[in-house]
Design a protein around this ligand. Structure first.
Ligand SMILES: [Zn+2]
Ligand SMILES: [Zn+2]
Length: 153
Protein backbone atom coordinates (compact mmCIF):
# COMPACT_ATOMS: atom_id res chain seq x y z
CA UNK A 1 0.00 0.00 0.00
CA UNK A 2 1.59 3.24 -1.15
CA UNK A 3 1.30 6.53 0.61
CA UNK A 4 0.70 9.62 -1.53
CA UNK A 5 3.04 12.57 -1.80
CA UNK A 6 2.59 15.05 1.02
CA UNK A 7 1.18 17.58 1.65
CA UNK A 8 -2.32 16.21 1.30
CA UNK A 9 -5.30 18.51 1.73
CA UNK A 10 -8.78 18.39 3.10
CA UNK A 11 -11.55 20.49 4.54
CA UNK A 12 -15.20 20.94 5.31
CA UNK A 13 -18.12 20.68 2.89
CA UNK A 14 -18.54 24.45 2.29
CA UNK A 15 -14.81 25.07 1.78
CA UNK A 16 -14.42 27.76 4.49
CA UNK A 17 -12.02 25.58 6.48
CA UNK A 18 -9.12 23.95 4.69
CA UNK A 19 -6.20 22.00 6.08
CA UNK A 20 -2.84 20.72 4.94
CA UNK A 21 -1.34 17.49 6.19
CA UNK A 22 2.40 17.83 5.69
CA UNK A 23 3.42 14.24 6.47
CA UNK A 24 1.85 10.83 6.84
CA UNK A 25 -0.60 10.42 9.69
CA UNK A 26 0.46 8.06 12.49
CA UNK A 27 -2.55 5.86 11.89
CA UNK A 28 -6.07 5.64 10.49
CA UNK A 29 -8.74 3.49 12.14
CA UNK A 30 -12.48 3.28 12.65
CA UNK A 31 -14.20 4.30 15.89
CA UNK A 32 -17.49 2.59 16.67
CA UNK A 33 -18.27 4.52 19.87
CA UNK A 34 -21.82 5.83 20.31
CA UNK A 35 -20.64 9.46 20.20
CA UNK A 36 -18.99 8.90 16.79
CA UNK A 37 -22.16 7.21 15.55
CA UNK A 38 -24.18 10.26 16.64
CA UNK A 39 -21.76 12.85 15.25
CA UNK A 40 -21.16 11.09 11.95
CA UNK A 41 -24.70 9.85 11.51
CA UNK A 42 -23.16 6.57 10.43
CA UNK A 43 -22.05 3.24 11.85
CA UNK A 44 -18.58 4.55 12.71
CA UNK A 45 -16.24 7.46 12.09
CA UNK A 46 -12.73 7.31 10.63
CA UNK A 47 -10.05 8.65 12.97
CA UNK A 48 -6.78 9.88 11.47
CA UNK A 49 -4.07 10.58 14.05
CA UNK A 50 -1.82 13.45 12.97
CA UNK A 51 1.07 15.18 14.70
CA UNK A 52 0.30 18.79 15.65
CA UNK A 53 3.30 20.02 13.69
CA UNK A 54 2.16 18.22 10.52
CA UNK A 55 -1.34 19.73 10.51
CA UNK A 56 -2.16 23.32 9.45
CA UNK A 57 -5.74 24.58 9.18
CA UNK A 58 -7.13 27.87 7.90
CA UNK A 59 -10.64 29.29 8.31
CA UNK A 60 -12.95 29.91 11.23
CA UNK A 61 -13.85 27.00 13.48
CA UNK A 62 -16.16 26.57 16.43
CA UNK A 63 -15.51 24.25 19.33
CA UNK A 64 -17.60 21.88 21.38
CA UNK A 65 -16.16 20.35 24.53
CA UNK A 66 -17.48 16.84 24.89
CA UNK A 67 -17.09 14.84 28.08
CA UNK A 68 -16.35 11.26 27.07
CA UNK A 69 -17.45 8.17 29.00
CA UNK A 70 -13.89 8.03 30.33
CA UNK A 71 -14.36 11.46 31.91
CA UNK A 72 -11.84 13.01 29.49
CA UNK A 73 -12.87 16.32 27.98
CA UNK A 74 -12.31 16.28 24.21
CA UNK A 75 -12.44 19.51 22.21
CA UNK A 76 -14.19 18.95 18.88
CA UNK A 77 -13.53 21.43 16.05
CA UNK A 78 -16.14 22.21 13.41
CA UNK A 79 -16.38 24.66 10.52
CA UNK A 80 -17.99 27.87 11.85
CA UNK A 81 -20.14 28.11 8.72
CA UNK A 82 -21.27 24.62 7.63
CA UNK A 83 -20.48 22.96 11.01
CA UNK A 84 -18.72 20.05 9.37
CA UNK A 85 -16.79 17.98 11.94
CA UNK A 86 -13.07 18.24 11.16
CA UNK A 87 -10.83 17.24 14.06
CA UNK A 88 -10.65 16.59 17.81
CA UNK A 89 -8.03 17.71 20.31
CA UNK A 90 -7.63 14.67 22.57
CA UNK A 91 -6.12 14.79 26.07
CA UNK A 92 -2.92 13.22 24.70
CA UNK A 93 -0.37 15.97 23.92
CA UNK A 94 1.13 16.55 20.48
CA UNK A 95 -1.58 14.98 18.32
CA UNK A 96 -4.95 15.74 16.78
CA UNK A 97 -7.57 13.23 15.73
CA UNK A 98 -8.73 14.40 12.30
CA UNK A 99 -11.72 12.93 10.46
CA UNK A 100 -10.23 10.97 7.59
CA UNK A 101 -13.40 11.39 5.51
CA UNK A 102 -12.65 15.12 5.21
CA UNK A 103 -9.51 14.45 3.11
CA UNK A 104 -9.91 15.50 -0.52
CA UNK A 105 -8.58 12.06 -1.47
CA UNK A 106 -9.42 9.27 0.97
CA UNK A 107 -8.26 6.40 -1.28
CA UNK A 108 -4.95 6.03 0.58
CA UNK A 109 -6.44 6.38 4.08
CA UNK A 110 -7.01 2.68 4.68
CA UNK A 111 -8.14 1.91 8.23
CA UNK A 112 -5.81 -0.50 10.04
CA UNK A 113 -8.07 -1.20 13.01
CA UNK A 114 -11.25 -0.62 14.94
CA UNK A 115 -11.92 0.72 18.42
CA UNK A 116 -15.01 0.51 20.63
CA UNK A 117 -16.15 -2.64 18.83
CA UNK A 118 -18.28 -3.40 21.95
CA UNK A 119 -20.68 -0.69 20.76
CA UNK A 120 -20.52 -1.41 17.02
CA UNK A 121 -23.71 -1.95 15.05
CA UNK A 122 -24.74 -5.62 15.01
CA UNK A 123 -24.41 -5.62 11.21
CA UNK A 124 -20.94 -4.01 11.14
CA UNK A 125 -18.37 -6.63 10.13
CA UNK A 126 -14.96 -6.37 11.82
CA UNK A 127 -11.97 -7.83 9.95
CA UNK A 128 -10.25 -10.02 12.57
CA UNK A 129 -6.87 -9.50 10.85
CA UNK A 130 -6.90 -5.80 11.82
CA UNK A 131 -5.90 -4.28 15.18
CA UNK A 132 -9.16 -4.21 17.10
CA UNK A 133 -10.09 -3.03 20.59
CA UNK A 134 -13.38 -3.74 22.38
CA UNK A 135 -13.16 -0.32 24.04
CA UNK A 136 -10.87 2.68 23.56
CA UNK A 137 -7.18 2.29 22.81
CA UNK A 138 -5.51 3.69 25.93
CA UNK A 139 -2.18 3.03 24.21
CA UNK A 140 -2.37 3.73 20.46
CA UNK A 141 1.03 2.11 19.74
CA UNK A 142 -0.47 -1.07 18.17
CA UNK A 143 -2.48 1.13 15.78
CA UNK A 144 0.62 3.16 14.89
CA UNK A 145 2.64 -0.03 14.35
CA UNK A 146 -0.03 -1.51 12.08
CA UNK A 147 -0.02 1.66 9.95
CA UNK A 148 3.77 1.53 9.67
CA UNK A 149 3.68 -2.18 8.72
CA UNK A 150 1.07 -1.55 6.02
CA UNK A 151 3.28 1.04 4.35
CA UNK A 152 6.68 -0.62 4.43
CA UNK A 153 7.73 -2.46 1.31
ZN1 LIG B 1 -17.60 24.65 6.12
ZN1 LIG C 1 -15.57 7.49 18.67
Amino acid sequence: MNLPDFPQQGGCQCGAVRYRLKASPLSVYNCHCKDCQRFSGAGWSMSMIVRDEDFEATGATVQYRRTADSGNVITMNFCAHCHGWLWNDPPAPGIKVARAGTLDDIDWAVPVGNIWTDSKAAWAAIDPSLVNFPKGAVDRTPLYDAWTRLHQD
